[in-house]
Design a protein around this ligand. Structure first.
Ligand SMILES: *[C@@H]1O[C@H](CO)[C@@H](O)[C@H](O)[C@H]1NC(C)=O
Ligand SMILES: *[C@@H]1O[C@H](CO)[C@@H](O)[C@H](O)[C@H]1NC(C)=O
Length: 186
């Protein structure tokens, strides 16, 4: 190969690369979501029975999540629900302390911090998913906040949030796996 043809090949390769960079797929990495789900599940502690009545206060709007088979629109919607749920939870983590004693206090700190790290990575990479659908989840998160702010119910607020986040991640992974990008064929 002559020097100029090497250069030409290099130019072609780099322009293909630029093209790929210019048209990023707006998605989330399934592997990271799966790992986040696993960590959240393994934080420890079952859902306490005494928190069941708070289902009336904190009920995730299941209908926000698409049930139909994945097409482009359903995928955007499913990924958006995952993204917004992680984003809403991030706000809760930033604004409130995990209560000491009961509820969140028995969570495995190392797993929680690994989960939080993945949460940040997913939010960072998925910011293209953020769109204004305000209202769909805002009543949910404002109810979570109300329960968290009261001393007697703070722990139930955290465990309810964890239960719902698990549900969101699990539903998205189980029902719409093709919406995510995967490192290996899935
Ligand atoms: C928020 O709380 C109100 C009053 O407790 C309740 O009627 C409503 O269903 C709750 N909404 C969500 C999304 O949890
Ligand atoms: C939960 O909802 C009930 C009924 O709407 C209400 O009386 C109660 O104050 C709420 N609890 C909290 C912690 O928000």
């Amino acid at each position: 190969m002559t020097r100029s043809s090497v250069l030409l090949v290099l130019l072609q390769v780099s322009s293909l690369h630029l093209l790929a960079l210019a048209t990023p797929t707006c998605s989330l990495e399934g592997d990271l979501v799966q790992e986040a789900h696993r960590l959240l599940r393994d934080l420890g502690g079952l859902f306490p029975i005494h928190c069941l009545p708070y289902r009336a206060n904190i009920s995730f709007p299941d209908s926000a999540f698409p049930t139909a088979k994945a097409n482009h629109v359903q995928c955007r919607r499913a990924l958006w629900v995952v993204y917004e749920s992680l984003q809403g939870a991030e706000q809760v983590f930033e604004d409130h302390e995990l209560p000491v004693g009961g509820g969140g206090a028995s969570w495995d700190h190392e797993k929680l911090s690994r989960f939080r790290h993945l949460q940040h990575r997913l939010l960072d990479k998925g910011s293209c998913l953020s769109r204004d659908h305000s209202g769909v989840l805002s009543s949910y998160f404002s109810n979570v906040t109300t329960v968290l702010q009261q001393q007697g119910s703070a722990a139930c607020g955290w465990t309810s949030l964890r239960r719902d986040l698990l549900w969101v991640l699990e539903s998205a992974l189980d029902q719409q796996p093709t919406c995510f990008t995967w490192r290996h064929a899935h």
